[in-house]
Design a protein around this ligand. Structure first.
Ligand code: A3D
Length: 311
């Protein structure tokens, strides 16, 4: 069986970590594509990662190039091309510049990797994944946005930090758009199956929910120049792995909804089953009236940003 091929479009902070984790998991051969100005940087990263192989013992090749054809025949494409936030910026502030980049990227993916399962990470996420979908013409199950996986990981982290229990036993779900209006579902958060409402006082839980909503911004502020990259990379790799190994994991992802949760014609964070068929299913379940109202509020924000793409 020949190796799978993973193409990373954008070889910056997240791109470099995607390459590292994908290699360590031996998901397949890895190519990193970026603009000509960044060619030295991605070729250097690829070579550095190749030289890590003797320690880790992974047999995959890693290569970088500014020639878009390097992604040819990829099984998975992960897009981080674009610019990240700086302190004081909303994700929506990136729309103009990143939309131009996504147009270029969609064209290249359509030409060189028409069969690939595509995971978009570039911000503003819900609008960029929508733009990619519209511009590429790919089927809806073949395109997904990474956000809920990260937001849920952040929620799990803060609950583990608060309780002191293993993060492994914390389960959480964050729905909605990848912005400050996202919907962390406290009702479904649990530690070892025990609802968190039994373990954490309400005011602390509310504070955690607030921290989850602004967790990306907290890191942007600390960095002063750029946004998070380790956890975003791992979150996307989990999605790629579920596709490549047909694991059928249930991961909150920005998936294209056609009526699910009352959302029609937009990508928004919903529990999604990822397997060899891409986004195979959206798992719809009953929300409380309050959760519905929160999801509607986040949907309105997503609609506004999507409208600004003009697509
Ligand atoms: P950064 O380190 O700047 O890397 C971006 C890379 O994209 C750079 O190497 C650029 O040269 C490259 N690039 C620009 N234009 C093109 C193009 N046309 N083709 C190929 N490559 C190109 O940023 P980063 O890796 O820290 O972040 C990447 C994106 O992810 C940003 O838009 C962030 O806002 C976003 N992000 C999303 C999340 C989510 O949870 C959705 C989390 C963190 C960051």
């Amino acid at each position: 069986m020949s190796r799978k091929k993973i193409a990373l479009i954008g070889g910056g902070q997240i791109g470099g970590n995607l390459a590292l984790i994908a290699a360590q998991k031996e998901l397949g051969d890895i190519v990193i594509s970026d603009i000509p100005k960044a060619e030295g940087m991605i070729k250097g990263k690829a070579l550095d990662l190749m030289q890590l192989r003797p320690h880790d013992g992974y047999d995959v090749n890693i290569e970088g190039s500014s020639d878009p054809a390097i992604i040819s025949g990829a099984d998975v494409v992960i897009i981080t091309a674009g610019v990240p936030r700086k302190p004081g910026m909303d994700r929506e502030d990136l729309l103009g510049i990143n939309l131009k980049i996504i147009k270029d990227v969609a064209n290249n993916v359509k030409t060189h990797a028409p069969e690939a399962f595509v995971i978009v990470i570039s911000n503003p996420l819900d609008a960029m994944v929508y733009a990619f979908y519209k511009l590429s013409g790919f089927p809806k199950n073949q395109v997904v946005g990474m956000a809920g996986a990260l937001d849920s990981a952040r929620f799990r982290t803060f609950i583990a930090m608060e309780t002191g229990f293993s993060v492994q036993d914390v389960t959480c779900m964050v729905l909605g758009g990848h912005g400050d209006s996202m919907v962390p579902l406290t009702r479904l958060a649990a530690v070892g199956g025990i609802p968190v409402s039994e373990l954490i006082p309400e005011e602390r839980l509310n504070a955690i929910v607030e921290r989850v909503r602004f967790a990306g911004g907290e890191i942007v502020k600390l960095f002063g120049n750029g946004s998070a990259y380790y956890a975003p990379a791992q979150s996307a790799i989990e999605m790629a792995e579920s596709y490549l190994r047909d694991k059928k994991r249930v991961i909150p992802c920005a998936s294209y909804c056609e009526g699910e949760f009352g959302v029609d014609g937009y990508f928004i964070g919903v529990p999604s089953v990822i397997g060899s068929g891409g986004v195979e299913r959206i798992l719809e379940f009953t929300l409380t009236e309050e959760e519905k109202a929160e999801l509607n509020a986040t949907l309105e924000k997503v609609k506004k940003t999507v409208a600004e793409t003009g697509l």
